[in-house]
Design a protein around this ligand. Structure first.
Ligand SMILES: Nc1ncnc2c1ncn2[C@@H]1O[C@H](COP(=O)(O)OP(=O)(O)OP(=O)(O)O)[C@@H](O)[C@H]1O
Ligand SMILES: [Mg+2]
Length: 377
């Protein structure tokens, strides 16, 4: 039997819940080509939200094309340009023959190398000589605007894991270049999103950076208990099983409303259920999830310094003023400077999140494991 929960993939249709306001806002931005920036920690549902909004907006407005680019594996400017061109050409062509024609038509100064993949979809691969792009990348950066004008359409380009551009050789120069082109576009808009909040904040929320105030900036929240509860209940009943209200609430509280983990724990609980799921199945499923991840967490702890471990211990013990003399003494934190250095590194490593001074764990299962297994507080 097919399992009713999805995690680690884009959530669509019946696997997608809530986000009504965010979807509406994003669809509106896509329709009006308003540049948009979305920031949230890992696995809270950015990609799912963008895909959903893209399909609704394209359904509503036939002259709109949404092109998707993922910078997950992109480490250099050259790779960025190649991905950018491929996604725009593919996303605006209905057949591979048209993609080839467009690749030829829309470049006059750059000479594209075109090859057709051997897959059934005949994927069109387009490459350029890097030296040529380096001298003159304008044709590439203006491609969405030029195609949109020529074809009488509007193009929204969505770029996932955008923070990766901060690791290019000369990121400031590159960002200035992107912005100077993109802000002039009338028929093309850009939706930029990524998971590393601290890096995204550096790119978009720092007034000295080129992308400061580039567009509508929004922070995605977690999904609230009522939505997650009714979602879990519906998915159980779609497969002929039931779940109690307490069990639903327990799944959500144990995963701290984290969308990915909520679906994963719901799935593990569902697998343990014959007809009706109670808190007993959820607790057992949670134990097995913690067990399953404990090796990974133990390995992570080995990479931390003693001061970082001390800081985490004070944090999981819910100490509010970690830099007070008493708390620092109790947890062996050597100084306030050491504490702030630990915090900075733990944020940089995506272990902690700092939202307007409120520090929290990015991974709720890791926090649980630390509290109950590692430190046994
Ligand atoms: N609206 C939603 N309703 C239900 N589950 C969701 C929703 N959004 C996300 N999820 C759950 O979270 C998982 C991760 O979603 P998604 O890949 O969209 O997040 P992301 O923020 O893009 O993650 P990453 O940081 O890894 O890029 C999904 O596989 C699904 O289990
Ligand atoms: Mg994603």
């Amino acid at each position: 039997m097919e399992t009713p929960f999805v995690f680690g993939k884009i959530a669509t249709d019946e696997n997608f819940t809530d986000r009504e306001q965010e979807t509406e806002r994003l669809v509106g931005n896509f329709e009006s080509l308003i540049n948009t920036i979305i920031i949230s920690p890992r696995r809270w549902g950015k990609s799912s939200l963008v895909h959903r909004a893209a399909s609704i907006a394209q359904e509503k407005d036939k002259s709109l094309r949404v092109c998707m680019i993922d910078l997950f594996n992109v480490k250099t400017e050259e790779q960025f340009y190649t991905q950018f061109v491929r996604s725009i050409i593919q996303g605006t062509s209905s057949r591979w023959e048209e993609a080839v024609e467009n690749a030829r038509k829309f470049f006059s100064r750059l000479v594209p190398r075109i090859s057709i993949g051997s897959d059934p979809a005949n994927t069109v691969n387009i490459d350029f000589d890097w030296e040529d792009i380096r001298k003159d990348p304008d044709e590439i950066l203006d491609l969405p605007e030029r195609i949109a004008k020529e074809k009488g359409i509007r193009i929204m380009t969505c770029i996932d894991e955008f923070q990766n551009i901060a690791e290019f050789d000369d990121p400031l120069y590159f960002q200035r270049r992107l912005r100077s082109h993109w802000q002039k576009h009338q028929n093309a808009g850009y939706c930029l999103y990524g998971s590393k909040r601290h890096m995204m904040m550096e790119v978009f929320a720092d007034s000295s950076m080129p992308f400061y105030k580039f567009g509508d900036l929004f922070f995605l929240e977690k999904i609230d208990l009522p939505h997650l509860s009714s979602f879990i209940r519906d998915r159980f009943s779609a497969t002929g099983k039931t779940i109690s209200d307490e069990a639903c609430s327990l799944i959500v509280s144990l995963t701290d409303n984290h969308p990915f983990y909520t679906q994963q724990l719901a799935q593990l609980s569902w697998l343990r259920t014959t007809t009706s799921c109670s808190v007993k199945e959820v607790s057992q499923a949670h134990e097995s999830l913690v067990e399953q991840l404990s090796l990974l967490f133990a390995n992570l702890m080995e990479t931390l310094t003693f001061q970082q471990v001390c800081y985490l211990k004070a944090l999981v013990a819910n100490e509010s003023s970690i830099t007070s003399a008493e708390i620092m003494y109790k947890y062996h934190i050597s100084s306030a400077t050491a504490a702030s250095r630990s915090l900075k590194t733990l944020i940089k490593r995506d272990i902690l999140d700092n939202r307007s001074g409120e520090v929290s764990f990015q991974d709720p299962i890791f926090a649980y494991w630390l509290r109950n297994r590692y430190f046994r507080i």
